[in-house]
Design a protein around this ligand. Structure first.
Ligand SMILES: [Zn+2]
Length: 77
């Protein structure tokens, strides 16, 4: 699994997360999912917002635990 660095739009902290393909990253500090992936070329804001919405609705549809906080996900795993 790749490790990506994210910055949380909610609390402003950055963190490195292991993300499975298609999984929604969750801030380990506040549980927020509005995370910006920090890569060499930043994605356009509108594009990443659309990706977040798509990932969120997909997670809801599939009923997996991407909507839970990081602490809850650790218990589930
Ligand atoms: Zn956060």
């Amino acid at each position: 699994m790749p490790i990506f660095e994210y910055q949380c739009r909610n609390c402003g902290k950055s963190c490195e997360l292991l993300i499975r393909s298609g999984a929604q990253p969750v801030c380990p500090d506040c549980g927020g999912i509005a995370l910006d992936k920090r890569v060499s070329l930043p994605a356009a804001a509108g594009k990443s917002a659309a990706i977040i919405r798509a990932a969120r609705s997909q997670a809801k549809r599939e009923g997996h635990f991407s909507n839970y906080s990081a602490a809850d996900r650790a218990k589930i795993r």
